[in-house]
Design a protein around this ligand. Structure first.
Ligand code: ADP
Length: 397
């Protein structure tokens, strides 16, 4: 007991003349202090709870705002109780109530969900910007509803590309298959009635079978490349270029095309040798096929100037060129500028799609510059894996 309390006690004893009165006053103060301490504890606890609730709600807001899906909650009065940032992005605005919800199909669906107390989903197209949205509504009790909006534009696009691809591939395979069937049937009948004509149909049979197997081989390469390339080898791209160009020396000579290869320095990239060979082969093959006799094809590989960390492979020709309007599409599967020429020269329409896949799988890109009648240059850029040694230049053809 401190001196103040003792003095108060003495005064109390003096004032009332009794110990009981002093004891009563003392107990009352103790209770008051206890109550005060309780109140302080309770208010500290409350402050802690409020802070932690604020923190939890801030975390929730953070999560909901970071979500790709739009989230929208309507309360029992059909007013908006909550909408995250993605919701506004997907729908273009934040509806204040169900009555303000657009597109109309979505509004009707949400109303139906509240009435039927059953979840439902619709897919709707928005025009500006053009997007496809999947909207799912779930009853949230007593007339409330939770709406989740997912952007499915990209998955729809991929689905459409796959559908087109299957349709195109079937069509491409159907043509040689039908020719093979027709040639085989004719061959069977001419063997008896006109044996001299037989070799002609046998040649046709062989040509179409070869075409079919080329398409199948390219399709298999494409499907393998779709699951990526193994990038664990360190590859001398200059050596691959020389090796692949060597295969075309004879073909170029026969077509009276001058084939030049320039590999002035060792160039290393990280990747898959088989896939890079395929890329180089397809570009050289095209350059020769789309160049008239007397023309030239030049292949070069070098480290890009500057500190870009890139290597460049360029395959140029003085051939037919590609019209400007077709340039953005030549890397698509089965896209051909001149269908007849592609077919005549044994094309499958898949070569440049393979080139693009290989370049992208290796963290690079491919581009083309072309002028109709003056030729084309395809340029592949790949990340440099460094380490250069002595220079060498080779001329072929
Ligand atoms: P294809 O087997 O038909 O050659 P590609 O995918 O290799 O298929 O090329 C697609 C189309 O791009 C070709 O059909 C052709 O029209 C055009 N093309 C490709 N390379 C060249 C080139 N070097 N010169 C002119 N046109 C080309």
């Amino acid at each position: 007991m401190d001196t103040g309390t003792l003095a108060a006690a003495v005064a109390a004893v003096g004032a009332t003349g009794g110990l009981a009165a002093w004891a009563g006053a003392h107990a009352g103060r103790a209770r008051a202090r206890e109550a005060e301490a309780h109140a302080r504890d309770a208010s500290e606890e409350l402050a802690r709870r409020v802070a932690s609730a604020r923190e939890a709600s801030a975390v929730q807001d953070l999560i909901l705002d970071a979500m790709q899906e739009g989230v929208l909650l309507f309360d029992v009065d059909q007013d908006t109780a909550f909408a995250n940032a993605a919701l506004e992005r997907h729908l273009g605005s934040r509806p204040s109530s169900i009555a303000q919800l657009y597109p109309l199909d979505v509004r009707e669906m949400v109303r139906g969900v509240i009435t039927a107390s059953q979840p439902a989903t619709v897919e709707v197209e928005r025009s500006a910007p053009p997007r496809w949205l999947r909207v799912t509504a779930t009853p949230a009790g007593e007339g409330a509803a939770l709406v989740v909006v997912t952007d499915i534009t990209e998955s729809r696009r991929i689905e459409a590309v796959r559908r087109d691809f299957v349709a195109n591939a079937s069509h491409e395979l159907k043509t040689p298959a039908a020719s093979i069937q027709a040639a085989a049937e004719t061959l069977r009948s001419v063997v008896d009635h006109d044996p001299d004509a037989a070799p002609r149909f046998a040649v046709q049979l062989e040509r179409e079978a070869l075409r079919l197997s080329r398409i199948v081989a390219d399709l298999l390469d494409l499907s393998r490349l779709e699951s990526g390339s193994e990038l664990n080898e360190r590859i001398r791209l200059d050596a691959i270029v020389r090796e692949e160009a060597e295969r075309y020396v004879e073909q170029a000579r026969e077509a009276s095309i001058e084939l030049t290869v320039q590999t002035p320095e060792p160039v290393a990239v990280r990747g898959a040798a088989r896939d890079l060979s395929l890329l180089v082969r397809n570009l050289i093959d095209n350059a020769i096929r789309y160049t008239a006799p007397g023309g030239a094809v030049s292949v070069s590989v070098s480290v890009s100037p500057g500190a870009s960390g890139e290597v460049t492979l360029a395959v140029g020709d003085t051939g037919v060129g590609i019209p400007a309007r077709d340039l953005p599409r030549v890397f698509e599967r089965f896209y051909r500028v001149d269908r007849a020429r592609s077919r005549e020269t044994g094309g499958t329409g898949l070569g440049l799609a393979i080139v693009r896949h290989v370049a992208e799988n290796h963290g690079g890109s491919v581009s083309v510059k072309s002028e109709i009648g003056n030729g084309s240059t395809f340029t592949v850029r790949l990340p440099d894996a460094g380490h250069r040694r002595s220079a060498s230049t080779a001329e072929m053809g």
